[in-house]
Design a protein around this ligand. Structure first.
Ligand code: PA5
Length: 463
């Protein structure tokens, strides 16, 4: 299993102003935490609670359909093009970047074991969309359009462009074989289009929000299409889920982590949470975490309707790269952060540094490995942050594979749900995101948004 080390967030290491008396806090919050965990597990099957993501590890049916489709299209496509944004893209990007061989899209077909390349369009920059579409052979491209609501302007505008080009290249009938849609099972514009056009579809299950959807067909389908072992992922979720059902805070790492983050925020002013994996392959896990933490916990009101304006600001960093960029600030700037490290114990590769230039000041590196170096840098950064009384916590993955990665992501999801209960807010809504979406619809002339458009035009004119 992955491990969680919180010693460097303790007052004994970083001082009473910046750290917590963690054992004392665990004892004080023992009952509250037990209550939260049993309540989440009790509510998870109830409609409207947005907790269905807690069941995704056991969704054998989806797993079966995903595998069946992936094997049916195996060998037919050179590229997978995923269209989606936010929760419909970030999990896919994080997992494929972590689990596929590095520089996957640059490998030959043989090196990819005949699996396709994969591209995510998660923005609406006209140059990059056009640039990508110009280089992809659309005849050999399977387009997976993913949107739970079925109407997100960014995703659907991309899809309109791609559909148009596909149809021109492949013809009115044939193009449909190159589209697979992942969306709500009944509602939304994409569902309507998919039914009319006869696309193959997968479902974003009810009561699973975008940022909690990585283990639904949203993620599993692209993973299976590029040959990622999705059984291994499911096993990781299931084992972690079992461990996180434990209501004892001393045994439950998601609860420990949630409580430490929450208390550091409200009691010690650590309003920023920096995610810093020491692995390039985990770089996009930080992007995924940033969305999960920000959208879930950044809220205006609590459950009683009081104005609270809470939520830690998540920030992404990468070790060792950002030691040469952000660490100066983290060590000496405002002491308002908790730094979260993710470490990989055993990398796939052991990369020797040759014993050359021994007569120079870099001679000491020769004979060591890159593995020694990255681990030494993670250790030394942690110690130096402690010297400056900056709290840190560390998650360690024994290896970087689907089993442990699924544990990390699922643990973060549960941690977020527990933190939301501690903050006493609705973890699963996103009114701030919806407002921006509605303004976009209004500005772009969507029917039904005429009044918002008028108000918006007036506001825009006055600023
Ligand atoms: O987590 C969320 O709910 C959001 O980030 C959504 O995933 C994002 O806005 C995209 O929405 P949709 O999947 O409806 O296109």
């Amino acid at each position: 299993m992955i491990t969680f080390d919180y010693r460097n967030a303790d007052a004994m290491v970083v001082g009473p102003e910046n750290g917590l008396n963690i054992q004392k806090e665990f004892t004080e919050y023992k009952e509250r935490i037990a209550e939260i965990i049993s309540d989440l597990n009790k509510r998870k099957d109830k409609p409207g609670q947005w907790l269905q993501w807690m069941n995704l590890g056991y969704n054998e049916e989806t797993l079966w359909y995903v595998k069946e489709y992936a094997s049916m299209v195996r060998g037919r496509f050179d590229n997978i093009l995923v269209l989606g944004i936010g929760g419909s893209a970030l999990g896919g990007i994080a997992v494929t970047e972590a689990l596929l061989k590095p520089y996957w899209n640059l490998l030959t077909k043989e090196q990819r074991d005949n699996f396709p390349r994969i591209f995510f369009l998660d923005n609406i920059d006209p140059d990059s969309i056009n640039g990508l579409l110009d280089i992809l052979d659309l005849k050999k491209t399977l387009v997976n359009v993913i949107t739970k609501s079925g109407s997100t302007a960014e995703t659907m505008s991309q899809f309109m462009i791609v559909k148009d080009r596909l149809e021109k290249e492949l013809g009115e009938d044939e193009y449909r074989k190159n589209v697979v849609a992942t969306t709500d099972k009944q509602t939304g514009v994409l569902r309507q289009i998919a039914e009319q056009e006869g696309y193959k579809t997968f479902v974003v299950p009810d009561d699973v929000g975008g940022r909690f959807s990585v283990f639904s067909a949203v993620g599993l389908l692209p993973f299976a299409l590029v040959g990622i072992d999705i059984d291994e992922i499911m096993n990781g979720i299931k084992d972690m889920d079992l461990a996180l059902k434990n209501t004892d805070i001393n045994e439950n790492i998601a609860a420990q982590y949630a409580l430490i983050q929450y208390l550091l925020d409200i009691k010690r002013g650590k309003h920023i949470s920096v995610m810093m994996p020491y692995s390039s392959r985990l770089k996009y896990v930080s992007d995924w975490y940033v969305q999960l933490w920000a959208e879930s916990l950044g809220k205006n009101t609590d459950k009683e309707g009081n104005h609270v304006h809470i939520g830690q600001t998540p920030v992404k960093a990468l070790g060792a790269t950002d030691q040469h960029s952000q660490i100066q600030l983290y060590n000496e700037g405002p002491n308002d952060k908790i730094i979260n490290f993710i470490r990989v114990k055993e990398f796939d590769t052991t990369l020797d540094i040759p014993k050359i230039f021994e007569y120079t000041g870099i001679g000491y590196l020769g004979g060591k490995t890159m593995n020694d170096l990255i681990n030494a840098e993670a250790d030394s950064t942690r110690v130096s942050l402690s010297d400056y009384e900056r709290p840190t916590v560390t998650i360690t993955m024994p290896k970087l594979n689907g089993y442990y990665l699924a544990q990390v992501l699922y643990m973060f999801e549960v941690q977020t749900a527990i933190a939301g209960e501690l903050y006493n807010i609705n973890t699963f809504n996103q009114p701030g995101v919806e407002q921006a979406k509605n303004y976009t619809y209004a500005l772009m002339g969507r029917a039904g948004y005429e009044d918002s458009a008028k108000t918006l035009q007036m506001k825009m004119a006055s600023v």
